[in-house]
Structures are given as C-alpha cells and as structure tokens.
Design a protein around this ligand. Structure first.
Ligand code: NOJ
Length: 555
C-alpha cells in the first residue's frame, strides 16, 4: 500500500499565508512556506478547494473546476506550487467537491436559462400535491433542502447551502464531466484526491419524503449505487495509477460501508474519513450543544473502527482536526494547564494507530480556538444559521453564542500563526477571519523552544521508519480503563514479531495502567515526558502522558 507509511498535511489555503496583503491566504503564500512544510517530513499536502468560487461556503461552492479562485492566485502559481512541493518529494491532494456545484456554475446558470440538457444535471422537482416542498429533507446547514428554481414551478435540491445545488449523478454526462475534472488534474501531476461528502451522491432518481419518525439522511446516505459510481470513477480516472492516494469523506457512515469503500479488492478508494469519534461531545447527537466529551464513547469508537475496518481489510484516515472541526485541543485536551502535554498525547493517539494520519495546519504547534466576542466575528454560514436556529429554539443570545463558540467551524479556520508579529505574521493587511491567541503559540516560538512541533516531526519519522506503525495489527488494550486509551500494534508473528504498546492518559490526573508482561523492559519509542520503560506489570501515567513501548522481533 503506497499510503500506509505516509503522513498527510492539510492546508486551508485561505488561512495559511497571505503573500499580497489582501487578508486572504493565497497560493504564492504557500509557495513561500514550502520549506516549512518540507521541514515537517510529511509526504503529501491536502489543499482545501482553491477553485473559482463565490465563497459562500469557503470554496466548497465551486463555480469552475478548471479555474483558480482569483483571490488565491493563478494556474501558473498552482503549477509552480506543485513543482515546488515535488522538489521535496511531497505530493498534492486536491479536494473534489462532486456532490454539488455553486449555483453560479455555468451548468446551473444554463439550467436556469431553460436549457433542458443542463436541467438534467440537477435534482429538480415540483411541490407535492398537498403543496409542501418536494421532500421533507433538511439542509445540513439548516432550513429545508429545497429552494425555488428560478421562476418555474420546480425546486432544486441542496443538501448544503442554498448556493450549493446537488448534482444528479444518474445523468451519465454529469459523471463523465466530473471524471474529466479528475483527469485534468492528474495530467497536471496531482496524485491525491479527497472526495467531498462522496457517500451522499447516490440519491434515488425521484426523491421522496423520509417516512415519519425516520432520519432523512437514511434516504440518501451510502446507497449501493454510491459504490457503483465510485468504482466507475476509479476505472475512469485514478484507478490505473498505483501511486494515487484517494480518500472519501463519509458523512454518517458505517464500518461496513467504510470497508466497502476502502478495501483494496473493491477498487474504490484508498481510505475513508469517518466522523463518529468527533461527535462524542454532542448532546444526544445534536452538534449545536455544549457538553463535555464522552471518553468512553471516544475510546469505544476508536477501538471499534480500528478493529472493524482492519477485519475487512479497509483503511482509515486518522485525524482529530480539520477545517470543519473546532480544535481538538479545546475539545479533548486542557488548553489552560496542560496544553503541551495534551497536544502531544492526542497526536500520539492518532499517529500510532492503524491508518494514515492527517495533520491539520497549526495542530503541529498546538493552536487553539480563537476567543471571539460576538457573532460578527464569525464568518461561516453554518455558524450564523445555527445561531439563528438556537435563538428560535428559545436560547438567550448569550446561551446561543456559547454553543456557537464551542462548535463553530471558524474555530479551526483562523489564520496560521507564524510568529508573534501583528496578525500572527499571516498578513500585512486585515485577515479575513480574526486570529486566535498567537503571542506565544506560533511557528517561530515552537521552532525555537517548543515541544509540540518536534514531537510531531518525530511521530512522522517513526511512521516512515517502523513497519509496526504503518502496517502492524491493531488490538485494543485495557479497553475498560476509565482514563486511558491504549492499544498494541503487531508486525510479524511469533518470536519474530515486533510489537508496540501505546498508552494515552486522557486526563489531568496521574493514573495506573497495567502493562502486558512482554513489554516490561522494552524500548521507549516516544513519550511526552522523559519516561523510562515499564519495569513491572503496572505503570503510572502522568497527566496527559503518552508512552509508546517497542519490543523488537527476534530479541
Ligand atoms: C464537507 C466539507 O469539509 C465542508 O467544509 C463543506 O462545507 C461540506 N462538505 C459541503 O461541501
């Protein structure tokens, strides 16, 4: 597998580095920071979309798959960036948003202008006989999933923002157009592709109400035809390239489907992003709530997905952060007292597991959520919709704001913190989104005297070096411990086996954990404290301590 020993770095281009002073990050800004990216030792960079877009959903509303968003650069900037990364042996992964296009995309505009051929690119349906909307589905960003289609008597489907019209994959022409997009970028040397919400493309031809008492997402998520179409895309584009790396972003999926998408014999994708482990601080499944995270649930989900996907020979993408999530440090760590310890422990828990780790920019220096004081500081359409819905549900302004503070996607989209100068050294202008606390948390400080950045670099190097990390079998350890998430990895069999024990204390109190006898006296591969290997069957983990102990086969 060409991706088991790789580590992928995620860049949100709008917030990485602004080379022009416009306040918006750009491609030339990334070019200027290529040596920083290379210094991490990562193998590939996933870029969030930088294609032409009205930016209603920060680039996930694409109006032209073949053009660069002018505020971020030009095609020649992009080519230069790909070449600059390539010089360091770093590949690129592009974000393919194929469930929907911007309503400003030519296809939608021509459909609106009455061209039947393009109307077949979308889901257009009349109201039901009783006058209600075509179906009772909700948009994932709030409100109904249907919007009037021009001045016709039809509505168009948008599972996301009203400016993101769902594409009708039943139409072979749509599929061909999208496969052409993948091939266009492959011709430019792109080997990595992330497919945005790919498991919701398989809607029925005629859409119906979700039966009362059922969730509407069950009407369109992970239908068998998603697999058929992903296979078709694989055959028509990246499938004949052994070096391709593909990842499907899967909304509300199952282990069973995760295996189907990612098991090599299926010829679908290399790996999958699933999100259940990032819903453990939702109250009864409701994201827009504020409750402490449920450690038991997190541990159970991690063990369950690691073992379940392994059993089916599938492959997970491993991550705790991305551009849609508040910073994991704020959710699962302690930013006040143990920022360094919890940042490094969380990193080890992710990077030493079975799958391909993704690092979201800024995570490697321990960036935290911003402290904003009003809704005016938030840019994301989802945050504003959620605030309105929370207010309608009866929460006071202050209560609704508190919930948004804890869950908004803007939390992770703040500018990358390069140094302690104005706006974190991100821009000489006014940043499009306010910065988080950068006085002490920045790249320059981490490079000089930090502990988080070197820890990430070490984790990346260890994955490259140790097959037990990249391909070892995963087995849960002390699954019922109340504060420790632990597992073993094993590469090879019997006396030739190399094994790794990974212990992670998720809390700010020391705790005792048992250690399998064979690891006594093993080698400490990595820890966030200066730690000795276990000398008995019990080990005391310090606050937020991580400890990985190696026993080498044949010794
Ligand atoms: C998932 C992306 O990660 C998110 O940022 C976006 O809003 C939705 N898909 C819709 O494209």
């Amino acid at each position: 597998m060409s991706f088991a020993d790789k580590v992928i770095y995620q860049i949100y281009p709008k917030s990485f580095y602004d080379s022009t002073g416009s306040g918006v990050g750009d491609l030339r800004g990334v070019i200027e920071k290529v040596s920083y990216i290379a210094s991490l030792g990562v193998d590939m960079v996933w870029f969030n979309p930088f294609f032409a877009s009205p930016q209603k959903d920060n680039g996930y509303d694409i109006s032209n798959y073949y053009a660069i968003e002018p505020s971020m650069g030009t095609m020649s900037d992009l080519e230069e960036l790909i070449a600059a990364l390539d010089e360091h042996g770093i590949g690129v992964m592009f974000d393919m948003v194929f469930n929907h296009v911007s309503t400003e995309h030519e296809w939608f505009q021509r459909a609106l202008a009455g061209e039947k051929e393009y109307q077949d690119f979308f889901y257009l349906q009349p109201a039901q006989v009783n006058g209600s909307l075509p179906t009772n589905w909700k948009s994932k960003f709030g409100g109904p999933a249907w919007e009037p289609f021009g001045d016709t008597n039809l509505y168009y489907l948008h599972l996301y923002d009203v400016s993101q019209a769902d594409l009708n994959w039943h139409n072979p022409r749509v599929r061909q157009e999208l496969f052409n997009v993948v091939n266009f970028w492959r011709d430019k040397g792109v080997r990595g592709f992330r497919f945005d919400v790919i498991n919701v493309i398989g809607k029925d031809e005629v859409l119906l109400d979700a039966p009362e008492g059922t969730l509407d997402k069950l009407m369109y998520t992970d239908t068998p035809r998603v697999h058929t179409w992903v296979k078709e895309m694989n055959r028509a584009s990246f499938g004949n390239d052994a070096n391709s790396v593909t990842v499907g972003e899967l909304s509300s999926t199952t282990i069973e489907n995760g295996v189907l998408y990612s098991a090599p014999a299926r010829d679908e994708l290399s790996m999958i992003f699933s999100f259940h482990h990032l819903k453990v601080d939702y109250d009864a499944g409701n994201k827009w709530s504020r409750v402490p995270f449920d450690f038991e649930a997190l541990k159970g989900l991690w063990h369950g997905w690691a073992e379940g996907v392994q059993a089916g020979n599938g492959w997970n993408a491993l991550f705790l952060n991305n551009h849609d999530q508040p910073r994991a440090l704020n959710r699962f760590g302690d930013v006040e007292t143990y920022r360094v310890e919890s940042a490094t422990m969380l990193a080890a828990a992710v990077h030493l597991s079975r799958g391909t780790p993704y690092i979201y920019m800024g995570e490697e220096i321990g960036m935290v959520d911003p402290v904003y004081s009003s809704m005016d500081d938030y840019v994301d359409v989802e945050a504003h919709n959620a605030f309105a819905t929370l207010r309608e549900s009866g929460l006071s302004e202050a209560q609704a704001f508190e919930v948004v503070v804890s869950k908004a996607r803007d939390n992770s989209r703040t500018p990358m913190q390069w140094d302690a100068s104005a706006h974190a050294g991100f821009t000489s202008g006014t940043p499009w989104l306010g910065t988080a606390d950068y006085a002490e948390i920045n790249v320059e400080a981490e490079q000089r005297e930090g502990k988080i950045l070197p820890f990430y670099k070490k984790l990346i190097a260890l994955r490259h070096e140790y097959p037990v990390i990249s391909r070892g079998r995963y087995t849960p350890w002390v699954a019922d411990h109340r504060s420790v998430y632990a597992f073993t990895r094993q590469d090879g069999e019997g006396s030739a086996a190399t094994e790794l024990l990974v212990l992670n204390n998720f809390y700010g109190e020391a705790t005792d954990v048992s250690v399998p006898e064979r690891f006594i006296g093993g080698q400490v591969l990595i820890s966030n404290y200066s730690a000795d290997a276990p000398t008995s069957g019990a080990y005391r983990l310090l606050p937020y301590q991580t400890l990985a102990v190696l026993i080498q086969g044949g010794q």
